[in-house]
Design a binder for this molecule. Structure first.
Ligand code: SF4
Length: 116
């Protein structure tokens, strides 16, 4: 039985969008990936990884992505594990505060509405 697919395919040389991390320091400078995962008590290692992130052209994008993914380990966007946790905690508290304010405003609106 013959296949409906051609035996040979055209080369896949279509242009692809460039990934935002293509120019990242951790991808381009041939530094061992473990550099970004020092044990938290290795202060020199943490400082070195942060110094590399500081000169990375995609630092803020990396930080935002790491926070959105909920990265728990390593240095991302120049923040260490405790700093990432602190930012997530701030975001969570801000979201809870906003939800409480919205609920309070809705309850106040209901109280003003005429009964009936
Ligand atoms: S900021 Fe992010 S992408 Fe840039 S070197 Fe640091 S970990 Fe890598």
């Amino acid at each position: 039985m013959t296949s409906i697919f051609p035996a040979r395919k055209a080369p896949d040389n279509l242009p692809r969008p460039v990934h935002w991390a293509s120019n990242a320091v951790c991808r381009t400078d041939h530094i061992h990936p473990d550099t970004w995962f020092p044990i938290p008590t290795d202060l020199a290692g943490v400082a070195y990884a942060k110094s590399l992130c500081r000169r990375c052209p995609v630092q803020m994008r990396c930080r935002t992505d790491a926070l959105n993914r909920g990265e728990d380990f390593g240095i991302w966007g120049g923040l260490d594990e405790s700093e990432l946790q602190a930012v997530r905690r701030q975001r969570r508290n801000a979201a809870l505060k906003q939800a409480a304010q919205e609920k309070q405003a809705a309850e106040a609106q209901d109280a003003l509405a005429p009964a009936g």
